[in-house]
Ligand binder design. Structure first.
Ligand SMILES: Nc1ncnc2c1ncn2[C@@H]1O[C@H](COP(=O)(O)OP(=O)(O)O)[C@@H](O)[C@H]1O
Ligand SMILES: [Mg+2]
Length: 243
């Protein structure tokens, strides 16, 4: 579905991504992991059009998308979440999601249809707060779910989720992992998931790609990758415990 080939991103003299290549298969949940600063968010920024790659190719469903603007990428069917949610403060929770449904979808919807879709997505991500309330009343976990709902409301074929479960406690985390699986099933969306909480991520993903200092150092099934010496070293010997 998505093919990233020799993706390189430099910021001045600093290389944040160095010739990174990987594929995302339709229907899978791919985990993208790596220590802080390894280039995960930069990869999402390049794919989603927030940053222009220095070099390399990104094809989505056979079409080159490197260098397209974020709105064009979104309309082609790729949505991303941001690590730090920034909802429209003066809109309600449901309005925040309806805006995404209205402007982010390939075809514009009317307001009533956008609201209807927004309500359905809020239900799917399990955001139980009053949809007419202000997003400013949400805690960290609620804001992450709202961020996810806004991305999903655009009707993506591919979701790039950047630390979408950060700020959740362990119990919420387990529920949220199930929620992501439900999202994949009901919306038939392929997911690339960046997450720090390794035990949860490894239980859910089909495959993992590991970045370190802007380079891909491993790729494969969760169990293989967790035992890979280069991966263990990148995480400074911290053992990745699989449940
Ligand atoms: N816009 C930017 N300008 C300069 N350096 C950046 C920019 N964005 C990211 N970086 C640097 O690139 C590296 C990778 O960052 P990032 O992709 O955010 O890592 P991760 O998401 O894996 O923690 C870091 O060293 C970061 O400081
Ligand atoms: Mg990041």
């Amino acid at each position: 579905m998505l093919t990233v080939t020799n993706l390189t991103k430099r910021f001045g003299g600093f290389t944040a991504l160095n010739e990174v290549s990987f594929e995302v298969n339709e229907g899978e949940i791919l985990g993208l992991i790596g220590p802080n600063g390894s280039g995960k968010t930069t990869a999402f920024n390049c794919i989603s059009g927030a940053l222009r790659p220095s070099s390399g190719s990104i094809t989505f469903q056979g079409r080159e998308i490197a260098g397209l603007t974020p709105d064009a990428v979104c309309h082609l069917g790729i949505a991303r979440t941001f690590q730090i949610p920034r909802p429209f403060r003066k809109l309600s929770i449901v309005e925040n999601v309806a805006v995404a449904a209205h402007y982010g979808a390939a075809e514009r919807t009317g307001e009533a249809e956008a609201r209807r879709r927004a309500a359905k997505i809020l239900d799917l991500v399990g955001l139980p707060a009053d949809p007419e309330a202000s997003p400013m009343l949400l805690g960290a976990g609620g804001l992450k779910k709202l961020e996810l709902a806004r991305a999903l409301a655009t009707g993506p074929r591919l979701l790039l989720a950047d630390e979408s479960l950060g700020g959740l406690d362990p119990a919420e985390m387990a529920g949220a992992a199930e929620m992501l699986k439900r999202v994949r099933r009901e919306l038939e969306v392929t997911i690339v998931w960046v997450e720090h909480i390794m035990a949860t991520l490894m239980r859910i993903v089909d495959r993992v790609v590991v970045l370190d200092h802007g380079e891909k150092i491993a790729e494969g099934a969760p169990r293989e990758v967790a035992e890979d010496p280069r991966v263990v070293e990148a995480y400074l010997g911290e053992k990745i415990v699989l449940a």
